[in-house]
Design a protein around this ligand. Structure first.
Ligand code: T1G
Length: 703
């Protein structure tokens, strides 16, 4: 393996020479983002190599784990983002080079990183490398020539699909697509030297420059892809703009295409969607970090898992582990219930298989990795045991008492409770330090969010283990504290409460749900309640009734509906009615009557309500409760709340989550609106010191 003597040519690029080959190494950890100093270094490095008669070839490569993760996202919307030289200038320098410039790609070449490589004459990649233009994930488009060069190199349709789907493709596949010249399995720098020498021996005078490649416009292909796009996708605006750029590629000259691409990029980078999606990108990275977890705290390895309960949640959780290749033992109290659970698992896998997402062999492999038993001792040796039994405290405590006796020492005992007190559950065991909440979201094999609920005695090792294990099973973990409903469900309570108040005051279920889906929510609050099942929350309201403040306004609408045996989709009626076998909500005059009744009993004169008022009050209910959660330290940071709501409650990612949305409204404005509601509606709009500090711009509310 060649060892290069690095000489800094800018803060984050070094220049090295090996025989007659110059190496420009990007040194900008953690992902070699193409920030201003990288562009500056590459530009002056190219200049130096061009002018050095000893140098016959130039290699661009990255230090550390990858070639480049693209533009430095943190510099967007700052002067550094447009500091000269821009990526376009660096690439122009390469295209004017008479000496071959080779991109030596290892780990990953994404976004601007791949665009830089596309600007080079040749691209070689290590067999483990991933290449892609995932900018649409950030509400952006490839703004460094990707929409103009990629279609010329691999064809309009493959390029357009790669860009709008933010596909990250392995190097072998990119070789087949003609995107790179060689896949190498030796050290990438050694391979680059070999490749350069072969080029030089061939004595090529002219080196391929993609922009010279012909491009036959193909509106038909573009239209096909355009019609496939989901207009409600979190990055729909970026996908459409990216497609416009690819379509534009075939029309004018190359430079014009670059100008058009840049203009569309600038439009998006200033837009709220991209700001929000970038916020969520970094928020999901931050959520992985536990403030008091030092490097000394070591996570345990989880090689076997026991799941107790083969209902909807238990079977989904078992599948999540099987999907990650972790063997699971599924326990149920009797064979009938167990067989029903196993049948659900097979049905779900076959449904996925029918969509061509997994092969029949893979289905059998995953099902085979789920063993089952009606003997609780079968999970005694599991590293992690997760219960998903009936949501009742006494049932859970009785089970944890048994698990405490049965499970091996050091096993993690986890509860999938969605709102019960994990400390109370842990208190019945002799090992509360090993007890934690793992709140999966239904369907647990699909939903990415996992609320990791730390009890007051849960050990840091158990927390560390569950946070890293979550990533292994493809989940986005968010660490939360113990309170009624943790973060997500706790915020649902005032959100639903406001919806019920609005019903009493004159809105209809349909109007409320449409107002919020127009706002961007994946589903309206009342339809979501019907989907989740109204009985679960009814049980909670009844359990909490003794502690409810009698002076606070309380809506009887949901209780009235439940008292009529209407628990939502599962009973064919809830806030809506559902025809047999249908999940489509139909407005039901019976519910309208119930609402009018409750309004009358509460002495409320119903009035016409605007969609704007509905959205405002429901969003403020979420924001206000989230601030109480941060006030109490139930969430580590405000961006965690955004990650919970975007990944678990259908909050539009292009609005960044409830608290990022509050930022866009302005905290002072939010505070004033809450004050008005408190006066008009009552103390259920109590405002947290955290929010007041935010409104006053006091640093203490910086989390
Ligand atoms: N800019 C700045 N910081 C970045 C970054 C980037 N492009 N990518 C990652 N980070 C940070 C990340 O927040 C984390 O920080 C740390 O690096 C390690 O990341 C002109 C417009 C590259 C596959 O969309 O997909 O190019 O938490 O934990 O799991 O057309 O990061 O430690 O403080 O994710 O090994 C397009 C985004 C940019 C790729 C590495 N590029 N990044 O994954 O590490 S736009 C992308 C990723 C663009 C041009 C346009 C992944 C990764 P911290 P990590 P990883």
């Amino acid at each position: 393996m060649v060892h290069l003597a690095h000489q800094s040519i800018s803060d984050s690029v070094s220049y090295s020479q090996f025989e007659n080959i110059a190496f420009l190494t990007i040194q900008n950890p953690p992902v070699n983002g193409l920030g201003d100093t990288v562009r500056e270094g590459l530009y002056s490095g190219l200049e130096r190599a061009q002018n050095d008669s000893e140098i016959q070839a130039i290699v661009i490569c990255g230090e550390g784990k990858m070639f480049s993760g693209g533009a430095d996202i943190r510099q967007f919307n700052t002067p550094k983002a447009n500091a000269k030289p821009m990526l376009r200038d660096v690439i122009k320098k390469i295209s004017q080079s008479v000496k071959p410039v080779i991109a030596a790609i290892h780990g990953a070449a994404l976004g601007g990183g791949l665009e830089l490589a596309l600007g080079c004459h040749y691209r070689i990649a290590s067999s483990d490398a991933k290449l892609g233009l995932p900018e649409v994930n950030l509400g952006l488009l490839p703004g460094g020539g990707g929409t103009q060069r990629l279609p010329r190199l691999i064809g309009v349709e493959p390029a357009a699909r790669m860009i709008v789907n933010a596909a990250m493709i392995n190097s072998q596949k990119t070789l087949e697509l003609g995107l790179i010249d060689q896949v190498v399995s030796i050290d990438i720098l050694d391979a680059a030297i070999d490749f350069a020498k072969k080029r030089l021996v061939q004595g090529d005078q002219k080196h391929p420059v993609i922009e010279h490649l012909p491009l036959s416009p193909s509106e038909a292909q573009i239209e096909t892809i355009r019609n496939e796009l989901n207009p409600k996708a979190r990055n729909a605006r970026a996908q459409r703009a990216a497609l416009d750029c690819v379509a534009h590629a075939g029309t004018g000259d190359f430079e014009q295409g670059l100008d058009y691409e840049r203009a569309r990029f600038e439009e998006l980078v200033k837009g709220i969607e991209s700001h929000s999606l970038r916020h969520i990108f970094f928020a999901e990275k931050q959520a992985l970090k536990v403030k008091d977890l030092t490097d000394e705290v070591k996570a345990f390895s989880i090689t076997t898992v026991g799941v107790i309960g083969a209902g909807t949640m238990g079977t989904g959780i078992a599948m999540a582990y099987a999907n990650a290749g972790i063997p699971v033992t599924l326990f149920e109290v009797n064979q009938t219930a167990l067989d029903r659970g196993l049948a659900t698992i097979r049905k779900n896998y076959e449904a996925t298989g029918a969509k061509g997402k997994i092969s029949p062999e893979e289905i059998e492999r995953r099902i085979a990795s789920i063993s089952s038993s009606t003997n609780l001792a079968s999970i005694a040796q599991a590293d992690l045991v997760i219960e998903a039994v009936f949501e009742d405290m006494e049932v859970k405590k009785k089970l944890f008492l048994e698990l405490d006796h049965i499970c091996k020492s050091g096993a993690i005992l986890a509860s999938n409770t969605s709102r019960l007190d994990v400390n109370e559950i842990a208190s019945v065991t002799s090992r509360p330090q090993d007890v934690i909440g793992l709140h999966f979201f239904s369907p647990a094999n699909v939903m990415r969010l996992l609320e990791v609920v730390r009890g007051s005695k849960t050990s840091l090792e158990v927390i560390a283990t569950c946070m890293s294990m979550a990533q292994k099973i493809g989940k986005t973990p968010v660490l939360v504290g113990v309170c009624e409903g943790f973060v997500g469900n706790r915020m649902l309570t005032p959100y639903w409460r406001e919806a019920w108040f609005l019903l009493e005051e004159g809105a209809t279920p349909n109007q409320i749900d449409h107002a919020l889906t127009d706002f961007g929510m994946a589903m309206g609050p009342l339809r979501m309640a019907d989907l989740a099942g109204l009985d679960i929350n009814w049980v909670t309201r009844k359990r909490l009734a003794p502690t409810r403040r009698p002076d606070l306004r309380y809506s009887k609408v949901a209780d009235r509906i439940c008292e009529a045996g209407r628990f939502g989709q599962k009973t064919g009626a809830g806030f809506y009615k559902y025809s047999p076998g249908s999940r489509l909500p139909e407005p039901d005059p019976v519910v309208d009557e119930m609402i009018k009744e409750c309004a009358l009993e509460a002495g409320i004169t119903r009035r016409s309500i605007t969609d704007a008022e509905i959205v405002e009050r429901c969003m403020l209910a979420l924001i206000n409760e989230a601030c109480w959660i941060l006030q109490e330290g139930i969430a580590q940071r405000s961006s965690d709340v955004d990650v919970v709501y975007v990944n678990g409650y259908g909050f539009p990612a292009w609005r960044g989550g409830p608290l990022f949305y509050a930022e866009t409204l302005g905290w002072k404005n939010v505070y004033e609106k809450l004050l008005k509601l408190r006066v008009a509606q009552g103390d259920h709009w109590a405002i947290s010191p955290y929010l007041i500090a935010k409104a006053e711009g006091i640093a203490s509310a910086s989390t």
